[in-house]
Ligand binder design. Structure first.
Ligand SMILES: C[S@@+](CC[C@H](N)C(=O)[O-])C[C@H]1O[C@@H](n2cnc3c(N)ncnc32)[C@H](O)[C@@H]1O
Length: 528
């Protein structure tokens, strides 16, 4: 990153904001000072004001060009994999504009199958980065692959992922990635890709990939596991400590598996779980009803078909994990209630809670992030629950002094590490640092203190996270109760299936056990 910043290469954090008709294009060109890339800006445009295609290359495989460019953007542009995947699913045209800006040429437009491949390859390559980099470094005999030309490294990662994890035919993977390297970089880069990928293919065929053995002391074992299951070492060490090695491995296998999604039917629009099933049948999208929540239906594939059919746009349903739905079950919203949702945006739980109010009562949705709050407000309109949602843009820690909002039910869905949602957020494991945990815990304590001021005597504070880390969950509750002896734990067994209730009466979804995202919730009642 530092190297790219030094060279002046920056990608926007919000890829959607780039217009395909921009009059400038970024081109990666070979530096005369070695193998690094640099950037030149090229004016383009035609008399009619439309962007003029610089160069069309029909020989380069479009999904590989797009995958390599997306990976560059994610690694060096701070763009989130999810955002880019969403974009890719919606528009192959914009993808090609990014390719042209980055590589200096276009390929043919992406079809639906290409887009699916891009999503698979980009998500998989990010997840398996540590594992792939270990193989690349071993096979290329380059100890420090971080100094490798960034685009060359992404092309190698894509090729390695295709051979090792997707089991694609070796000859096609080698040929196509070599061509991409030759066209996007130079012939020598193509030769290098050719040599390394061929070596990999032979090692794979002979089942002799150079992988570490899990042996030696705890540290050495953690490093080996981190490589084999492609996670940061600190996560492996933390989970081995809390869960034991066997469970830690199961968790990493879950995090590396293909994520599945749930859809929530929006009963506020008169659209039930049964209606959703009917629609999914009509769209031929394979699905299974949730065993835990009536409105939720699980879909493994076909989300794109649901999006294209407009079900989300019309507010008839939304993508929401059942683990988040169960947090709302813990909050147990009823018609006529006033609820403060303290960290509400982008609104998954706010909208679901509001749908239970049946037009009576109010959810005050507080969030410090104005943009995310705007998304919540728009969604409330399409979900037809805007009559029972009031948004408040504020830092919760300053709210109790400035807005006296006391009520009987307060939800604090706190900012957290997200360690429970790593299967869906391919890039999160690499962005999260051990140091973040201390900062997050401090913020969670401050937010709990602020949220507690909003709770009337006899009222309930629901504290939730999408983390599986005890330090963000049980330990934060214990620290809170020590600071606020007027609160006590109210067991959640009246609200969620017994399988999700911990010995201490908290709600906890365990990804390995429940095949859902990990999440936690506690009900804390203020004495009257
Ligand atoms: C885990 S997310 C909430 C997700 C949301 N409840 C949902 O279900 O869609 C945490 C939220 O806390 C907000 N946040 C972080 N610090 C805050 C603060 N000091 N005051 C208010 N909101 C804050 C973030 O902007 C973020 O939207």
């Amino acid at each position: 990153m530092a190297q790219l910043l030094h060279l002046g290469l920056s990608f926007p954090a919000q890829p959607q904001q780039i217009s395909a008709s921009s009059s400038k294009t970024l081109k990666l060109v070979k530096s005369t000072h070695g193998s690094k890339i640099s950037v030149s800006t090229i004016r383009k445009g035609s008399a009619n004001g439309l962007p003029k295609t610089q160069k069309l290359n029909l020989e380069v495989s479009p999904h590989r060009a797009v995958s390599a460019v997306r990976l560059m953007r994610i690694e060096f542009g701070g763009a989130f994999a999810g955002l880019l995947n969403e974009k890719g699913k919606g528009s192959g045209k914009n993808e090609m504009a990014y390719v042209e800006r980055t590589l200096g040429f276009r390929t043919r437009e992406l079809n639906d199958q290409d887009l699916r491949l891009v999503t698979d390859i980009v998500g998989g390559t990010i997840r398996w980065k540590r594992y792939l980099d270990h193989l690349i470094s071993s096979i290329s005999h380059d100890k420090d692959i971080s100094s490798m030309e960034p685009l060359l490294l992404q092309i190698l990662r894509v090729g390695f992922y295709e051979i090792v994890k997707l089991d694609m035919p070796h000859y096609a993977v080698v040929d196509e990635n070599v061509r991409l390297a030759k066209v996007a970089l130079r012939p020598g880069a193509g030769n290098m890709v050719n040599g390394i990928l061929r070596k990999l293919a032979v090692l794979k065929e002979n089942e002799s990939l150079p992988l570490p053995k899990v042996e030696g002391d705890d540290r050495v074992q953690a490093r080996a596991l981190a490589t084999l299951h492609s996670h940061p070492v600190w996560m492996v060490r933390r989970w081995t400590r809390y869960l034991g090695q066997e469970e830690a491995i199961k968790l990493m296998i879950w995090n590396n598996s293909e994520p599945s999604f749930s859809l929530r039917a929006n009963h506020a629009r008169g659209f039930s779980g049964a209606d959703l099933v009917t629609q999914l049948n009509a769209l031929k999208v394979p699905h299974k009803p949730s065993p835990h929540l009536d409105e939720f239906v699980r879909v493994k594939t076909g989300l794109q078909t649901v999006i294209q059919a407009g079900l989300l746009r019309k507010g008839l349903c939304s993508v929401q994990d059942e683990s988040a739905g169960l947090v709302v079950s813990v909050a147990d919203p009823h018609p006529g209630e006033v609820i403060v949702d303290c960290c509400a945006a982008p609104g998954g739980k706010t909208l679901y809670m509001a749908s239970f109010l049946c037009g009576q009562g109010m959810v005050y949705a507080v969030d410090v992030n104005r943009g995310r709050l705007r998304i919540l407000k728009e969604a409330a309109k399409t979900h037809q629950v805007d009559g029972v949602i009031t948004t408040i843009h504020a830092d919760l820690r300053e709210l109790p002094d400035s807005k006296p909002l006391k009520c009987n039910k307060v939800l604090l869905d706190a900012p957290c590490s997200g360690l429970g949602v790593l299967s869906k957020r391919a890039d999160l494991r690499w962005n999260r640092k051990l140091e973040d945990m201390e900062e997050l815990k401090k913020l969670q304590d401050e937010l709990l203190d602020a949220a507690s001021k909003l709770v009337n005597p006899g009222g309930v504070l629901i504290y939730s996270t999408c983390s599986i880390d005890p330090e963000e969950n049980d330990e934060r509750v214990d620290a809170f109760l020590a600071r606020h002896p007027d609160f006590h734990i109210d067991a959640v067994d009246r609200f969620v299936p017994p399988d999700f209730v911990t010995d201490r009466g908290f709600y906890f979804s365990n990804p390995v056990k429940h095949s859902l995202d990990g999440s936690f919730a506690a009900r804390l009642v203020r004495g009257s």
